[in-house]
Design a protein around this ligand. Structure first.
Ligand code: KG4
Ligand code: ZN
Length: 339
């Protein structure tokens, strides 16, 4: 029997990415980042669509070359069909449908959030890896989402807690912006935090019901804290940058961990995973790792599968393929797709 080869395409936000998965193993994972947004302090949707348009063919070519796969051997093309920026999604979906039609192979529609979670099932060509078994809880934390998801099977997922306002990644980015760090500020804030004292400043935790999250009050409290500091000393931020970053990061991670542990207790599930861009955060990874001492089974993705990538789309496509779950040429992306 010939192998199952999936080309995965991701274009939901500002990264144009393509990956090849062969029988569950990753052979290539290529990403073109878009620098055009830096000058604007955030992603400009119109510019993102245009950059996707320019990048998509070279990125797919590079993935095929890296994987040493001929396009006529691809079994199906999996692409992100939502959630995300509509114009960005349209570039990936239009390309995927056209390429699939040209090759006379099926398309597979992938939910970006499924992708982040199922990234845990990507196998490296050297072999195995530490794949979670069902059921497990996944803390999905990205620029647009903050959710605790109960994952009972590949496509049986239930959100049991989520943010009622900002996402965790947004909280990182917005605080970073207040500190005049360039966009996206999350990774930079993390870098400075590693040099600072997390106990130096304290910020309030939100009061939210059940397993839900909120970061807007926290964000406002940081804003007032900085205003007060700057009123007393105009160099307050520069003189205390590392400690501010460390204290902010600790608070965000504390808030995330409290409900996740509560969720584990409520569901009786002690296998927990993190996914999404914020799972690249050093403090979150460390605190997660520490839970192994408390009898948790812990799953932390490799860095390259945390932030947006096409490997996660290809592996999700692979599992759809195994279930013969194919897309149609008529399908249009859904910017607000739910898990
Ligand atoms: O999953 P992702 O790449 O894109 C979305 O689907 O949103 O997540 C991007 C988010 C951004 O908010 C970025 O600042 C955040 O992930 N992020 C981090 C770190 N690396 C990425 N936040 C905190 N610490 C990091 N090391
Ligand atoms: Zn994402």
């Amino acid at each position: 029997q010939s192998p199952t080869i999936i080309l995965g395409i991701e274009s939901s936000c500002d990264d144009t990415a393509a990956a090849i998965i062969k029988d569950g193993k990753i052979l290539a994972n290529i990403i073109a980042n878009q620098d055009v947004h830096k000058a604007y302090g955030g992603v400009v949707p119109e510019l993102a669509s245009r950059a996707h348009q320019q990048n998509i063919v070279p990125v797919v070519d590079a993935a095929l070359k890296k994987a040493n796969i001929d396009k006529k051997d691809i079994s199906a093309i999996a692409y992100t069909n939502g959630p995300g920026l509509l114009g960005s999604l349209l570039v990936g979906s239009s390309f995927a449908k056209a390429f699939a039609m040209g090759l006379n192979i099926p398309t597979i529609e992938v939910n970006h959030m499924h992708g982040h979670i199922l990234a845990h099932f990507i196998e490296e060509s050297e072999g195995g890896g530490n794949k979670p078994s069902f059921p497990f809880l996944c803390l999905t934390v990205s620029g647009g989402h903050t959710q605790i998801v109960k994952v009972s099977d590949y496509f049986k997922m239930e959100i049991i807690g989520e943010t009622i306002d900002d996402a965790a990644g947004e909280a990182f980015d917005k605080v970073a912006k207040m500190l005049s760090l360039p966009y996206p500020g999350g990774p930079l804030l993390d870098k400075y935090a590693q040099l600072g004292n997390p106990a130096r400043f304290e910020f309030p935790h939100p009061r939210v019901k059940d397993l839900n999250y909120s970061f807007s009050g926290f964000k406002t409290s940081v804003l007032y804290f900085l205003k007060k500091g700057l009123a007393e000393n105009e160099n307050f931020i520069t003189e205390n940058l590392n400690d501010i970053c460390a204290s902010v990061q600790k608070t965000i991670v504390d808030i995330l961990m409290i409900n996740l542990k509560k969720a584990a207790k409520q569901t009786g599930i002690n296998a927990i995973a993190i996914a999404g861009g914020v799972s690249a955060n050093s403090e979150l990874r460390k605190r997660f790792q520490d839970l192994t001492a408390e009898n948790f089974k812990v799953y932390i993705p490799k860095f390259e599968y945390c932030t947006d990538n096409a490997g996660m789309i290809a592996i999700t496509g692979y599992h759809h393929y195994l279930q013969q779950n194919f897309g149609t040429q008529q399908s249009v992306p859904n910017a607000r797709m739910k898990v």
